[in-house]
Design a protein around this ligand. Structure first.
Ligand SMILES: C[S@@+](CC[C@H](N)C(=O)[O-])C[C@H]1O[C@@H](n2cnc3c(N)ncnc32)[C@H](O)[C@@H]1O
Length: 298
């Protein structure tokens, strides 16, 4: 069990691929139904999986249903997360964003699909080299070259310092910056979360922002009474990407203000269900255990 609690870093992140799969599935829906849209997500999924879905739709559907039974609502919460983060990036561009730092970027394609980023904003994609190298190969396949506005920063948060890696790659601490940590903080140790938040508060321009998502501490340490919480935890152990960090429910304000963040916004499943799951989507369940947070550096 001890070894199972350590991340398996033999290849690209399986969870990054799994999230790309969720975005692909949502993007395949009609425009009036889908909650987010990522035309590039398909490129990061093992082609055998896509082919299986085309050749064996009933079996693929049964697999998706089995996953939904095991982790009820989680895929819809992940889709809401993509949409919420997309909306904040777009809003930030309108508000004069100068720099975007995507931590644990995985197969995040915002750098390539959100209008205005390439003209006005310097983007850093920060990720483990095993996943980042695979992503860069795919980006070259799609666009023929790596875009000029994106700087790729390889890092292992467990052994390397974020600040040093960013500064070595041209990060400018005086710019108004948005930091995205989507599906990241739960996978890195508390010390790495602490170091990252301290860096952001101390080394970014006025009105910089942070957005991230988190699970309650009880899901991470296994004390949750909810079956879905136990299932999430066990599933991630099986995937080789165990949870490492959570935040006690109801304490996010205290947690972030202790670093010096302000204007803290805790977004619960009730909030995002109300915002995005209307009309054709009104019966979709979300997972109450996935929270989003937003805060500002003043
Ligand atoms: C669940 S994926 C999320 C990917 C992407 N942000 C998204 O939402 O699609 C987690 C990401 O965190 C990265 N990650 C996890 N632990 C890391 C570490 N110790 N150092 C660097 N990156 C790490 C993985 O490589 C992966 O890309």
């Amino acid at each position: 069990m001890e070894d199972q609690m350590k991340p398996n870093r033999e290849g690209p992140s399986k969870m990054a691929e799994s999230i790309a799969m969720q975005r692909f599935a949502e993007s395949s829906k009609d425009e009036d139904e889908r909650i987010c849209y990522d035309p590039y997500a398909i490129h990061f999924i093992n082609p055998e999986i896509v082919e299986f879905g085309i050749k064996h739709p009933e079996e693929a559907k049964a697999k998706i249903e089995a996953m939904e039974n095991q982790l009820p609502g989680l895929s819809s919460s992940i889709i809401a997360r993509v949409r919420y983060f997309d909306d904040i990036v777009k809003e930030s561009i309108g508000d004069g964003l100068q720099q975007l730092v995507i931590l644990g970027a995985g197969y995040d394609t915002r750098s390539y699909r959100i209008e205005g980023l390439d003209e006005k904003v310097k983007v850093f994609e920060v990720d483990h080299p095993n996943t980042q190298n695979f992503k860069k190969e795919k980006i070259i396949e799609i666009f023929r070259s790596l875009p000029d506005h994106v700087t790729y920063v390889p890092i292992d948060f467990e052994t390397q310092k974020l600040g040093q890696m960013l500064f070595e790659n041209g990060y400018n601490e005086s710019l108004k910056t948005l930091f995205i940590m989507e599906g990241l903080i739960m996978y890195i140790p508390p010390e790495a979360v602490d170091e990252t938040l301290n860096f952001i508060v101390n080394k970014s321009g006025k009105d910089s922002q942070i957005i991230f998502d988190y699970y309650p501490e009880s899901v991470v340490d296994g004390t949750t009474a909810l079956a879905v919480g136990q299932n999430i935890r066990n599933f991630l152990i099986q995937m080789g990407e165990p949870l490492q960090f959570g935040i006690k429910e109801g304490t996010i304000g205290k947690f972030l203000s202790s670093y010096g963040f302000s204007k803290i916004n805790d977004v619960t499943s009730t909030d995002y269900k109300k915002a995005y799951f209307n009309g054709k989507n009104k019966n979709r369940d979300v997972c109450d255990l996935l929270y989003f947070a937003q805060a500002v550096v003043e």
